[in-house]
Design a protein around this ligand. Structure first.
Ligand SMILES: Cc1cc2nc3c(=O)[nH]c(=O)nc-3n(C[C@H](O)[C@H](O)[C@H](O)COP(=O)(O)OP(=O)(O)OC[C@H]3O[C@@H](n4cnc5c(N)ncnc54)[C@H](O)[C@@H]3O)c2cc1C
Length: 480
């Protein structure tokens, strides 16, 4: 259906979701095409647009003073750039055949339909909320949105007790543990897995575990939270697992997210195995010529494993938005996929990963060698040199780099970018050893820790090839 013919010459782009992916797409489309060619209507059900959820732990922890510092662009600024942004308005239905969406004013409940020529879905992800008694009690907080961050800060200002429990030890749980330590809380992190940071192999997660305990954080692993206990005033007083109770004046939930695709599912749009929308390389929803999707609501191609994954990261959401806006605006751009790079920190401990973990490689049938090396952030003799551990996976026979994990102090996190580039380029660990990386004593040892790991990986791949009888390659087998 040509909706623009019915409305006059101007095409209409409708965007659902007003944060990283949605407003990047809207802004880029506006750069490509002026208001007389393209009308842009964006719906956001919340109070904020273009905000950095990534900054919430640092705002809660006090490193960032004002909420407004986390807002890249306000609704007024977007409107000033010719985007008809409708705040506190939730899209509740997509009529794909009729090319229109039904929108509801969150405050008044008033509903209306808006037609589109092109539609962008950027609805993000929704936090997993544990289905257990007390999960909604006052004093229990998620940290997905700026409203969540504000509610948590209000609770911290109100509570006199200083005991905090963080449920979940992914990167958000780990960053929130730091925020609460910085606020002077006694922090306990309760985690289902044995080690924090399940995006690392357990041996590297162990290093994070030890460092967090060194910071005074109580780490409880292999523990499932079964209920939140409340006091007579209805407020949280403890978190219970099968075996124990942990007193809490405040609880922060960080147990992961799922793609927010309920609207898309109801409209019959294609979803993948992880519940995210499936798109082509131009970020167009598969099988739908005039619908695009990006950010936390889509699945992305993992270029190392060749499989689709759901990875909720702002860095991807912004790139998706840029690609979508370019294509919607009549240009051409693609998003080829990701290698799975992510960095975070807890106090001065930096944590980085890219590519495949051991279990990812096994799952897709890759045989590999692993090496783990200890090095330092600066030349050993230079003041302030701090330990750094690098783990590297390389494919058997070919020596192709498969993944890198780094845990250490300053400089550990962004060092992983070397490996991210090498993975993207499909380099072998042998090729990596010749990389012309910068060196001076204040920045690294003469052999950068990543190159030390690459050299050791080369030796191991060669030794395995020499020792091989020509039968099936025997990478490390799963431990039982
Ligand atoms: C605490 C925290 C720390 C993080 N740290 C990092 C980090 O360090 N690095 C990193 O890369 N990423 C980080 N992230 C992840 C990053 O914030 C997200 O990946 C990014 O915000 C995704 O952008 P998005 O636009 O896809 O989705 P969102 O930011 O979730 O935005 C989606 C928007 O759509 C709106 N919406 C949803 N459904 C509707 C509807 N039906 N109608 C109208 N509006 C709707 C929502 O209200 C929301 O504003 C962090 C996230 C959190 C929560």
């Amino acid at each position: 259906m040509d909706m623009s013919a019915a409305r006059g010459a101007r095409e209409r782009l409708v965007v659902v979701g007003g944060d990283a992916a949605g407003m990047s797409a809207a802004s880029q489309a506006r750069r490509m095409r002026g208001p007389d060619e393209l009308e842009i209507v964006a719906f956001e059900r919340g109070h904020f647009t273009s905000y950095s959820a990534c900054g919430i732990p640092y705002w809660v922890g006090g490193d960032v003073e004002e909420r407004e510092q986390l807002i890249a662009r306000t609704p007024e600024e977007h409107r000033g750039r010719g985007i008809d942004l409708r705040m506190r308005t939730e899209v509740v239905e997509i009529d794909v055949a009729g090319q229109r969406v039904r929108a509801r004013d969150v405050d008044t409940g008033a509903e209306s339909w808006a037609s589109y020529d092109k539609l962008v879905l950027a609805t993000g992800a929704r936090p997993i909320r544990p289905d257990m008694p007390g999960a909604d009690a006052p004093g229990v907080h998620g940290v997905q949105s700026l409203d969540d961050g504000q509610a948590l800060l209000d609770t911290l200002a109100r509570t006199r007790g200083r005991r905090a429990v963080v449920v979940g030890a992914g990167y958000i749980g780990v960053e929130m543990a730091e925020a609460l330590i910085n606020r002077g809380y006694e922090v306990t992190v309760v985690n289902r897995g044995s080690e924090p940071m399940a995006t690392l192999d357990p041996d590297m997660g162990r290093l994070v575990h030890e460092a967090m305990e060194g910071l005074g954080i109580t780490m409880v692993g292999n523990a499932e939270v079964t209920k939140v206990l409340t006091g007579e005033d209805g407020w949280v007083r403890a978190v219970a697992t099968e075996d124990a109770e942990f007193p809490a004046d405040v609880v922060v939930l960080g147990i992961g997210v799922r793609p927010e695709t309920s609207l898309a599912a109801a409209a019959g749009l294609p979803l993948g195995a992880h519940g995210g929308l499936l798109t082509d390389l131009a970020m167009r929803v598969r099988g739908h010529e005039n619908i695009w999707a990006g950010g936390d609501c889509v699945e992305v191609l993992d270029l190392v494993s060749g499989q689709e994954r759901h990875i909720a990261l702002g860095t991807h959401a912004n790139k998706h938005g840029q690609v979508i806006g370019t294509n919607v605006g009549g240009g051409y751009a693609t998003f080829p996929g990701v290698v799975g790079t992510a960095v975070s920190k807890v106090c001065d401990l930096e944590i980085a990963r890219t590519g495949l973990r051991e279990k990812d490689a096994r799952r897709v049938g890759l045989r590999f060698e692993t090496v783990t090396i200890e090095s330092t952030s600066r030349a050993g003799y230079y003041p302030g040199a701090a330990p750094m551990t690098v783990k590297m996976l390389a494919e058997r026979r070919t020596g192709r780099l498969l993944g890198v994990q780094i845990v250490g102090r300053e400089g550990a996190a962004k060092r992983v970018d070397i490996a991210a580039v090498a993975l993207t380029a499909g380099m072998t660990v042998e090729q990596m050893t010749a990389l012309d990386l910068g060196y001076a004593p204040p920045f690294s040892p003469v052999w950068d820790p990543v190159l030390v790991a690459a050299r050791k990986a080369v030796a191991k791949v060669r030794a395995a090839a020499d020792g091989s009888s020509g039968g099936p390659a025997g990478g490390p087998m799963p431990t039982r």
